[in-house]
Design a protein around this ligand. Structure first.
Ligand code: GLN
Length: 281
């Protein structure tokens, strides 16, 4: 048996030595997960001891974090909207700016009966969060990567939305369904030659296919827009997440394809990161 504080402190020191800047927070998150208690309770739980087995698991996860593996992959979970999503290295880790897009779509769509398509669903975080709130709507989550889709499947089962959400393992190039009211996508949009400059956590662990947007970062964004023009209902909504500094170019592509801008969403650093537009033939 080991004292909770001693274990925690050893974990923190290991991470500090490994130059993990969030050492205290990360060690606390890992330990509270293993002990199945709230992080805030760690300091209060003076009487709790950590079994040898729990200590071993703790150090194992600390060692993974030491190699810069993102905490979401270490714990196989990430909070998004109102839920914890299962994640692993086959999917992008859900991001807070994507929640802003989800929020806007929910407010725009309240109480309507809609068919929603999520292109490149990854963990399924977007479409699952939307359908949980929009209880009369149905959706499809599309992903070219079958391993990512297996992750979405786990989240779908957890969410109990199987009667309203279908997951399809196909490329957007080969997908031609009847028309949707809303299409949403957080496509890969990083310029290929910028991937090497991303944080180590991201570039060594998150799937390249979820990040790489081709030479100008716009390859998949363009595909999503062109396809949406044919499978979105007239007056339907296209919500697309974009990279920093891509807004002018993407707006132009949208205008050229009969989309009219409805909302622009800025991230917490005031960059335009999501464009919601209406198809208007
Ligand atoms: N739709 C998923 C998300 O927003 C995955 C996106 C991606 O892989 N580019 O997290």
């Amino acid at each position: 048996m080991n004292s909770i504080h001693k274990i925690l402190d050893t974990g923190i020191q290991k991470l500090k030595k490994g130059n993990i800047s969030s050492s205290v927070l990360d060690a606390e998150i890992i330990l509270s997960n293993i002990l199945n208690i709230q992080k805030e309770d760690l300091i209060l739980e003076k009487k709790i001891y950590v079994s040898n087995d729990e200590a071993e698991r703790f150090y194992h996860l600390i060692n993974r974090r030491l190699k810069k593996e993102p905490i979401a992959y270490v714990l196989n979970k990430k909070e998004f909207w109102n839920d914890n999503f299962f994640v692993n290295k086959n999917t992008l880790i859900p991001r807070p700016e994507t929640e802003l897009m989800v929020e806007k779509i929910i407010n725009y769509s309240k109480d309507k009966i809609l068919r929603i398509l999520d292109i490149g669903t990854g963990s399924g975080c977007i479409i699952i969060s939307l359908l949980k709130e929009l209880k009369k709507s149905k959706g499809v989550g599309l992903d070219i990567n079958s391993r990512a889709l297996s992750v979405a499947k786990i989240n779908l089962i957890k969410s109990k939305l199987s009667n309203r959400l279908r997951l399809v393992n196909r490329s957007i190039d080969d997908y031609n369904d009847t028309k949707f009211d809303i299409i949403v996508s957080n496509p890969p949009y990083i310029e290929r030659n910028q991937i090497k400059n991303l944080m180590e956590d991201i570039k060594y662990y998150e799937p390249k296919s979820a990040l790489d947007g081709g030479n100008d970062g716009l390859d998949v964004i363009k595909k999503v827009i062109y396809k949406s023009r044919t499978i979105l209902k007239n007056k339907g909504l296209l919500a697309i997440e974009i990279g920093k500094g891509q807004d002018k170019k993407v707006s132009q592509i949208l205008r050229n394809n009969k989309f009219r801008e409805k909302f622009l969403i800025k991230d917490y650093q005031s960059n335009i990161r999501c464009i919601l537009s209406i198809l208007n033939f």
